[in-house]
Unconditional design. Structure first.
Lengths: 278, 524
C-alpha cells in the first residue's frame, strides 16, 4: 500500500490551495479591518460585533435557520415514505424509482430552479392552468412558499437516497422476528424499521440542512430581491458591498453554526443506535 | 398425548421447484421433534410454513384443530429462534427479551418479572443491560431463546440454531436446550442437518429428503431400523451391504446365509443389509462369521475405527518400466528436453492428436538455467492402426530434439462380474527421478497408468481406492515393477477398543439382532 501513498500528493496540494488556503483567508479577513494591505494587519472583532448587535442580521440568521429547519422537516416527512416504497419494491420497479429520484440531479441545480420560476410566476404554468378555471392569478413566486418549495425540491433526493440505503440494508429477519413476537405491521415499523433506519435519517438531515441553511440562489430567484437569507447577505457583502471582511466574518459564524449542528447530529447518531460494532 | 399440529399434504413450490411434495406429519404436545435432512430437503421451508412466514401452495396446517395457513405470524401461538438469531441490534438484552411482552402491553412490573425469570432460565441474569452485539454467539443464542420463550408460546421453532456455534458450545447448548424444553414443557420443533444433534435431543425425528419424509420415529428406531439406505447413511456411518432375503429371518450376503430378525420380504428379494460399526466384533479369524484383512485403523478418541476388507475389489496389474535416462541437453540453445516411451491402445490410434502424444510421453523441454518451460514446437511421428512399435520425435524451436517409442497394444482391461464393474490400466515407462520427485505417488501412478474403473451397469466412474506396489519410491533403481490398482471391495467399518494391526487377518462376529434389513423399494 505504501507506494500508493504518493498518489495522494496531488490531492493534498490541491486541497491546500483550494480549501485550506481560502479558509485561512476567510479567517484572516474576518478578524481584520477593511483596507489593510499586505504589510499592515489591523486585528479587530468589529465585524462580529456588527453582526450580533444589528437586529437585522439576527433576524436574517433566525429566518435562515427557520427555512432550513422547515425544509429539512418537509424533506424528511415527504422523503421517508418515498424511500420506504422504493426499498419495498423490487427488480425493475426499484431501479426505475431510484432513477426517477436521481435523474433530475444530472441537470444543474441553477437550471432547475429557473424552471420553477417559469412554473410559479404570475403568468406561469400554474396560474395559466388556474386561469382556465377562472381562478387566480395567485401570487406564488417571491413568497416563503416558493423558497421552501425550491429548497425541498432541490434537496429532497439527498434525504431519500440516504434513507433508502439504510432501509435496503435492513435485514429482513428482524422484521420476521418482530412479527413472530406478536408485532403487527405498524408495530414492526415503529419498533424495528424506524429505529434501525435512523442512521440514514440522520445523514439525510445533515445533507439537507447544510446546503439549505447556506443556500443563496434559491431565495434569490424564488424569493425575489426582498427575500434575504444569510447566504444572500454573505453573497452581497462579497459581490455588491465589497466588504470582504464582514462577509468573511458571517461565513465564519455560519461555519461554526454548521459545525455545532453536525456535532449534535453525530451525537444523536451514536446514542440513538448501537448498530455497527461487529 | 394430544395432537397439537397436523401438516396435511403440504405442497410448496419455489420458481417451479417442488420443495415440499406433500408432507403429512403430526406433532404432539410437549414433544421435541427434529426435522432432519441435508440442505435443500425442505426442512426449513416446512418450519417457516409453521411459523407463518410462508404459505403452502396446497394443504393445511392444523393447530389445535384449526387451520392456521392464513394466520399471520403475529397471531400464532408460536415463536421462533432464528438461524442467525435476528436479535434487534438497537436494543439491549433486556429490551430484546421484553419486546413481545411490550407489544402485548403487559404491565411494566409483570414484564420485568417475566424477563428476569427467563434470563435466569437461560443463565444470563446479569446481562440485561448488555448490548447484543457485545455478546458471544452462544450468549446471543440464549437471548434468542429467552426472547421467544418469554411469550409463553405453545410451540417453539428452532431453525438450525446451533449451526454457528463451535463444537464444544454446540454440545453444551444441546443439553441446555433439552433441559429447557423439559423445564418449560412445551413442544419444540427443531431443524438441523446434524444427525448427532437430532439423536441426542429429540423425542421424535423426521428424516427428510428432497421434499419428502423418509422416516418418522424415535432416535433409537431411526438408528437401529432405518427405513432405507438414505436414512441409514444419513443417520450415521454404517456398513451397507448388498444382500438377498432368502426367506423370513434368513438373509444371504457375501455368498453366506445368516439368521436375522427381519421378515415380510418377498422370497429372494434384493435388499440392503445394514450392520452398525459398533455391532461388529473382531475375533480370531477362525471364530468369525466372515474373514478379512485389516486395511486401516483410525484413532477416534474413544475408540478405533477399523476397516476390515473381506473381499478385495476388482484389480488390475500393470508393469512399470523404470529407467535412468537423463534428459537430452542442447548446450548451444541452453535447453534440456525429455520424453518417455509409452503404451497405446489399438483403439485409441484413430483419435490420436499431437497433444495426446505429448501428454502420454510426458514430453517436456526447459531452459537449462532458469528451468522455465519451453513449448514443444514440433511432433513428428508415424503410426499405423496395427500392433507394433512406432517412433516419435519432439523438437523445440531452437532445434533440441528427443525421441521416444510408442508401443501399440490391445487394451488391457479386466471386468468383474461380481461387482459389475470394469477396470483399465496400461503399462508405462518412467524415469527414476520422476518417481523420486513425485509428491503424490498414488495419484501419479494412476495418472501414468491411465487407470480408471467404471460400473458396467450405468457407466458411472468407480473410484480406484487402492494402489499397491512393492518398491520403495525413495530408493528406486531401474527395472520392471508391478503396480496393482484396485476398486473398493467388501469393507466393514468396526468400532473397537483394541488396536489391530494393518494387514492382520481377522474374523468378524455379529448376531442375528445386529443385522438390519432395508427394502430397496424406496421411501417410507
Amino acid at each position: 500500500m505504501k507506494q500508493f501513498r504518493r498518489m495522494a500528493y496531488p490531492y493534498i496540494a490541491w486541497s491546500i490551495v483550494m480549501i485550506i488556503l481560502p479558509m485561512l483567508l476567510i479567517v484572516m479577513y474576518a478578524f481584520t479591518q477593511k483596507g489593510n494591505d499586505v504589510l499592515t494587519f489591523k486585528v479587530t472583532l468589529d465585524n462580529f460585533f456588527r453582526f450580533f448587535s444589528d437586529p437585522i442580521f439576527m433576524d436574517v440568521l433566525k429566518r435562515s435557520m427557520w427555512v432550513a429547519v422547515l425544509t429539512t422537516v418537509l424533506c424528511l416527512l415527504l422523503g421517508y415514505p418515498v424511500a420506504y416504497i422504493i426499498a419495498q419494491s423490487s427488480g425493475r420497479k426499484k431501479v426505475m424509482l431510484v432513477l426517477l429520484i436521481t435523474i433530475p440531479m444530472w441537470i444543474n441545480m441553477l437550471v432547475r430552479t429557473y424552471a420553477w420560476v417559469g412554473i410559479l410566476q404570475d403568468k406561469g404554468l400554474i396560474n395559466t392552468i388556474l386561469g382556465f378555471f377562472g381562478i387566480g392569478p395567485i401570487s406564488l413566486i417571491y413568497t416563503d412558499f416558493a423558497v421552501v418549495l425550491g429548497m425541498v425540491y432541490n434537496f429532497i433526493p439527498f434525504m431519500i437516497l440516504q434513507i433508502y440505503t439504510a432501509l435496503s440494508k435492513l435485514d429482513k429477519s428482524y422484521l420476521e422476528a418482530a412479527s413472530d413476537l406478536g408485532a403487527n405491521k405498524v408495530q414492526s415499523f415503529l419498533n424495528v424499521t424506524l429505529p434501525l433506519s435512523l442512521p440514514g435519517v440522520i445523514s439525510g438531515i445533515t445533507l439537507v440542512f447544510l446546503p439549505a441553511v447556506s443556500s443563496f440562489f434559491i431565495p434569490k430567484m424564488l424569493g425575489g430581491g426582498q427575500y434575504v437569507l444569510i447566504g444572500n447577505v454573505i453573497e452581497s457583502q462579497f459581490l455588491t458591498s465589497g466588504n470582504w471582511n464582514f462577509g468573511s466574518a458571517i461565513s465564519l459564524i455560519m461555519a461554526v453554526i454548521i459545525l455545532i449542528s453536525m456535532y449534535i447530529t453525530k451525537k444523536l447518531d451514536k446514542t440513538g443506535l448501537n448498530e455497527g460494532g461487529k | 398425548m394430544k395432537k397439537l399440529i397436523q401438516f396435511k399434504n403440504i405442497v410448496k413450490e419455489f420458481d417451479g421447484n417442488l420443495v415440499l411434495k406433500g408432507i403429512n406429519l403430526d406433532i404432539y404436545e410437549n414433544e421435541f421433534v427434529t426435522l432432519l435432512g441435508p440442505s435443500g430437503c425442505g426442512k426449513t421451508t416446512l418450519l417457516r410454513i409453521l411459523g407463518g412466514f410462508l404459505t403452502p401452495d396446497k394443504g393445511q396446517v392444523m393447530f389445535d384443530g384449526v387451520d392456521i395457513c392464513e394466520l399471520p405470524p403475529y397471531k400464532r401461538e408460536i415463536n421462533t429462534v432464528f438461524q442467525k438469531y435476528a436479535l434487534f441490534p438497537h436494543m439491549n438484552v433486556y429490551d430484546n427479551v421484553a419486546f413481545g411482552l411490550k407489544i402485548k402491553k403487559e404491565p411494566k412490573d409483570v414484564i420485568e418479572q417475566k424477563v428476569k425469570r427467563m434470563l435466569k432460565l437461560v443463565g444470563l441474569e446479569d446481562f440485561g443491560p448488555r448490548r447484543v452485539n457485545e455478546m458471544s454467539g452462544g450468549q446471543q443464542q440464549r437471548v434468542a431463546i429467552a426472547r421467544a420463550l418469554v411469550n409463553e408460546p405453545s410451540v417453539l421453532l428452532l431453525d438450525e440454531p446451533l449451526g454457528a456455534l463451535d463444537l464444544k458450545l454446540r454440545k453444551e447448548m444441546q443439553h441446555e436446550l433439552k433441559k429447557i424444553q423439559q423445564e418449560v414443557g412445551i413442544t419444540f420443533v427443531f431443524v438441523t442437518h446434524d444427525q448427532e444433534e437430532a439423536l441426542t435431543m429429540s423425542d421424535k425425528i423426521v428424516v427428510m429428503k428432497e421434499g419428502t419424509i423418509q422416516q418418522i420415529g424415535s432416535p433409537t428406531d431411526i438408528y437401529n431400523e432405518p427405513a432405507n439406505e438414505f436414512v441409514a447413511r444419513f443417520i450415521g456411518e454404517s456398513n451397507i451391504i448388498d444382500g438377498i432375503m432368502i426367506q423370513d429371518k434368513e438373509v444371504m450376503f457375501e455368498d453366506k446365509k445368516f439368521a436375522c430378525l427381519d421378515a415380510g420380504f418377498a422370497p429372494n428379494e434384493k435388499v440392503d443389509v445394514v450392520i452398525r460399526p459398533e455391532d461388529l466384533d473382531i475375533v480370531p479369524k477362525d471364530q468369525g462369521k466372515l474373514k478379512g484383512v485389516v486395511k486401516s485403523v483410525l484413532f477416534k478418541g474413544v475408540h478405533y475405527e477399523t476397516i476390515v476388507e473381506t473381499r478385495s475389489g476388482t484389480s488390475i496389474t500393470v508393469t512399470m518400466h523404470v529407467s535412468e535416462d537423463k534428459p537430452v541437453v542442447n548446450t548451444e540453445a541452453k535447453e534440456k528436453m525429455s520424453a518417455n516411451d509409452f503404451y497405446l491402445d489399438l483403439e485409441d490410434i484413430a483419435e490420436l492428436t499431437e497433444a495426446d502424444i505429448i501428454a502420454r510421453a510426458d514430453a517436456q523441454a526447459w531452459d537449462s538455467e532458469s528451468e522455465d518451460w519451453i513449448s514443444i514446437n514440433k511432433v513428428e511421428y508415424e503410426i499405423e492402426p496395427k500392433i507394433g512399435t512406432y517412433p516419435v520425435t519432439f523438437s523445440t524451436k531452437a532445434g533440441t530434439m528427443v525421441s521416444a517409442h510408442m508401443f501399440v497394444r490391445e487394451a488391457n482391461r479386466i471386468a468383474s462380474k461380481e461387482y459389475e464393474e470394469e477396470i483399465y490400466a496400461v503399462n508405462f515407462f518412467k524415469k527414476v527421478d520422476e518417481i523420486k520427485e513425485s509428491m503424490a505417488l498414488d495419484t501419479d501412478l494412476k495418472t501414468w497408468a491411465n487407470a480408471s474403473a467404471w460400473s458396467l451397469e450405468d457407466g458411472v466412474m468407480v473410484e480406484i481406492t487402492d494402489v499397491v506396489y512393492d518398491f520403495d519410491p525413495e530408493n528406486i533403481v531401474p527395472g520392471d515393477y508391478q503396480v496393482t490398482f484396485k476398486t473398493e471391495g467388501y469393507e466393514y467399518m468396526i468400532d473397537t477398543t483394541d488396536k489391530h494391526e494393518v494387514g492382520e487377518e481377522v474374523g468378524l462376529l455379529f448376531g442375528p439382532e445386529d443385522i438390519h434389513i432395508m427394502s430397496r423399494k424406496g421411501s417410507y
